[in-house]
Design a protein around this ligand. Sequence first.
Ligand SMILES: Cc1cc2nc3c(=O)[nH]c(=O)nc-3n(C[C@H](O)[C@H](O)[C@H](O)COP(=O)(O)OP(=O)(O)OC[C@H]3O[C@@H](n4cnc5c(N)ncnc54)[C@H](O)[C@@H]3O)c2cc1C
Length: 609
Amino acid sequence: MRMEYNYALPETCNADYLGQSIASICNVTSYYFFLSILETFVRRKQRIAQTCERITPIHIPDAEYDFVVVGGGAAGSVVAARLSENPSWKVLLVEAGPDELIAASVPGFTYVVTKSSNEWGYQSTNEAYACQGSNGSCSITQAKTLGGGMSHNGFVYLRGSPYIFDQWAAMGNEGWSWEEVLPFFKKSENNGDIDSVGRKYHGTNGPLFVERFPSKPPFANVILEAAKEAGFGLSNDLNGDDPIGFTILQTTSHRGARRSSAAAYLRPIRHRKNLQITLNSTCTRVIIENRRAVGIEYYKDGKLYTVRASREVILSAGAVRSPHLLLLSGVGPEEDLKSYGIEVIENLPGVGCNFHDHPVFPISFTIDEPDVYDNNWAALAEYIAFQTGPLSNIGLAQVVGALPSGITTPNLPDNHIVAMAYAAGCAPGGIGLLSSDGKREIEFWAGYEHPKCRGKIRLASSDPLEYPSITVNYLCHPDDIAGVVKAVEYTLQLADAPALKAYNMTLATTPFEPCSTYTFASRKYWECAVHYNATGEFHVAGSCKMGPSSDPLAVVDPRLRVYGIQGLRVADASIMPQVTTANTASVCVMIGERAAHMIKQDWGYTDAV
Ligand SMILES: Cc1cc2nc3c(=O)[nH]c(=O)nc-3n(C[C@H](O)[C@H](O)[C@H](O)COP(=O)(O)OP(=O)(O)OC[C@H]3O[C@@H](n4cnc5c(N)ncnc54)[C@H](O)[C@@H]3O)c2cc1C
C-alpha cells in the first residue's frame, strides 16, 4: 500500500489568535524546541486547530440585545447559536475566558490543558469525608474558555442511563423524561460512526461531531480482553441498548482533533451578524428591575460594561458560577445574602444547594513494559500528516467500563472504570527517552456515578470577582463510600484477569498511613483510603436545581425559568436535579438545545426538533 503523506499547510488566513503556547504550559526547557515545532504545525493545520474559523470577538458591546447569554461553555454556546438562528433577534454571548487553546485541539494534550491559564483553579473547602490528605480541600477543575468544559475535557461522549432522565420527570419535571430528551441529543449530534452505532439513539444532522478516535494504544485491546475474561462483557455502544460492559468510547472529536460545543456550534456561524461574542468578560451580576431581569454587568480589561436584554438573560456559567451570579444578584437564601450586605430580591433557599459530583478513587498498577513517553518526532510527523497516532487520542482513557454496583438500583450502570496511560502529553523527560527507569504505570479511576451526597455553593464575599465558597461534601453517605469501594473491587477483579496478569499487572498504590490499621487492599482498607485519596470526576452539577414549585430547593421550573424573577433562565449543568450516571458534557449540550427550543417556543417562534 502506498502511503500519501500530507504535511501541506493549506488555507492561510490572517488569524491572530494566540493563546498560551503548548511549550509554556508544559514548562520544560529541554523540550521547548520540539513543542514549538509541534505547535507551529498544529496552529497552521486548519483541519486540527481551525484558526481561520475562529470567531471574532467584539470589543465594545451595543447598549441592548434581545437575549444575553452568560457563559460560552458546553450549554451556553448551544443556547447562543440556536437563539441567533432567528435573524430578527440580536444575541450577546459573554464568556469570562479567551478562545480555546491550540493545545486543546490535540487529544494527546488533554491532561495538559487543565494546567493552562484557561482554568479557574477552584478548591473546595470543609470536605469532612474526602480529600483528608489535603486538609479537606479537593481540586474542582473547571475550564475558563470559550467551549467551557468541552474545550478542556476528556472527550467522552456518554449520556448516562435513561433511568436518571425518567427520575427527573418523576420529580415533577415535565418534558425531561428519556423519551422527551432523546430527540434533543439526536438533534445535536453528527455521529461519524453511525454504521456501527445505528440511528435509533444517534443523529447525523447536528453540529456536534461524535466519533471514536482514529487510533488507540494496542493495550486498549488487552483491557477489553481482560474485561471479557472477568465476565464484565463488552458493549458496542453504552449510549444504546447495551449500557453495561467495557467499550471503546465515542468522543466529541473529528478526525483526531477536538470539537467542543464552541467549535461545533459557533465557528460555523461566525459571520452571523446578529450574534456577538465578547471574550475575557466576566459577568458580575444580573440587573433585576421590578422582579424582571433586564440586563447584566460584566467586567473586561478593567472596565465595567452594562448591557440591556429586552427579552431574557440566560445564565450558562456552569454549576459553580451560575448560582454564584444569582447570589450576587440578590436571588438566593435570604440570610446568606443579608450577611454579605446584598439586597434580597428573591428569597430562593435552593440557590447553591444540591451541589454534587461523581466521586472517584485512583488506583495505580505497573505492567512489565518500559516506561516510554508516547510523544516523539514520529508521533508529531504522523499527527501532522494524518491526524492519527498517539497525539490523535487520549491513550487508554478511551476504554471505559460501565458496571452496576447494585447499591441503590438494580442494573443501573453506576460504576465507571477508566484506565489512564499511554497519553502523549508533554513528555518532559526528553524525546525518545524513558519516562523513568521503572515499569509503565497504569492508573485506573474507579468512580461512583449515582451519588447521594450534596454540598453547597455559598458566597465568600460580596466582591463578584472573588470565588464563591465550594463544598461538595463528597463521600458523606455510606452508599457513596460503598459505591466507590465497589468500583475499586471491580478494578481489582479486572487487574486479576489472565490478559492483564500476562503483563504482570501489579498493584502499585502505596498504602495510606492513616489506614494502616487495616489489612492493605482489604475492603475495610479501601473504605478508609477513599477518604484520603478520592476526589471528584469533574462532573459538578445540581446547584440551581430544576423542580416543580412544590420543591423547596427548586431554583428553576421545568422550563428553566428562575422562580420569582421574569426574563431569567438557567441552562447548564446546575439545573440537573440528580447528576446523570456518566460524564456530563453531552447532557449539557442537550440542556442547551432544550433550553433554546423552549425559549423560542415561549416567544412564539417554533423550530423543528
Ligand atoms: C477536566 C475535565 C474533564 C471532563 N471530562 C469530561 C468528559 O470526558 N466527558 C464529558 O461528558 N464531560 C466531561 N467533563 C464535564 C463537562 O465538560 C462539563 O459537565 C460541562 O462542560 C459543563 O457544561 P456547562 O455548560 O454547565 O459549563 P461549562 O462548560 O463549564 O461552561 C461554563 C462557562 O461559563 C464561563 N463563566 C463562568 N463564570 C462566568 C462569568 N461570571 N461570566 C462569564 N462567563 C463565565 C466559564 O468560563 C465557562 O466557559 C469534564 C470536565 C472537566 C473540567
